[in-house]
Ligand binder design. Sequence first.
Ligand code: ADP
Ligand code: ADP
Ligand code: ZN
Length: 217
Amino acid sequence: MRQNLILLGPPGAGKGTQAKMLVDKYAIPQISTGDILREAVKSGTPLGIEANSHMSRGALVPDEVVIGIVKERLKRGDCGKGYILDGFPRTIAQADALFSYLNECGCPITEVIDIKVPKDHLVIRLSGRRVCRSCGAGYHIEFNPSKDGGRCDRCGGELFQRDDDREDVVIKRFETYEAQTTPLSEYYKKKGQLTTISGIGDVEAIFDDICKIVDER
Ligand code: ADP
Ligand code: ADP
Ligand code: ZN
């Protein structure tokens, strides 16, 4: 069955970690707007320069920019059997735009999974998060360390800390999440598409919970 999934949840909830596992299991792509935007920032394109002015202070990139990126991405052939949206939508305007777009093509969202994690856990997760510069694999200095502290287990790439995982920006990102993204839980609940899960505990156990929800829908 075709799976058009959305992973909702605050910064550090484990969306990226779970999305990468879902990619392997269901053979559908992960669409992370954060990853796409960071790629643009790295390349120094006009989009990247604009995006960075928002990302570096923990604010959202404007809706029309992100909506345009996602529409283009969804047109690509690899989305034909479904996809996992990770970090999109993040505002009601983005959710409305996604709804209209998918309505036109007759392939709606099949499931929205809202990953709940208390803030004290999130702070520890974000401050210890490390990402591989080459392949994007995610690590945590304490909960999921690489074998050789500074290098990626998969590809040997250098691990780094995201600029926006520094404490002052993290505080802003939480505020942004509370103000602009939390209303989406209610939005998808009303549509009957939302399932809330706990994102604390073993990564594999959380993954099992998500797969059960996806398979039962
Ligand atoms: P996290 O996974 O920690 O929640 P992301 O990688 O998803 O962080 O996002 C990093 C930053 O990229 C956000 O703080 C925001 O500036 C920007 N961004 C990502 N997705 C969106 C989106 N859907 N709308 C607006 N801005 C976004
Ligand atoms: P998000 O994409 O929602 O911002 P990530 O998947 O990048 O979140 O996870 C944030 C950090 O928390 C990473 O360092 C990751 O290794 C770690 N992490 C993810 N899931 C768990 C978990 N269940 N328990 C402990 N740490 C986790
Ligand atoms: Zn790597």
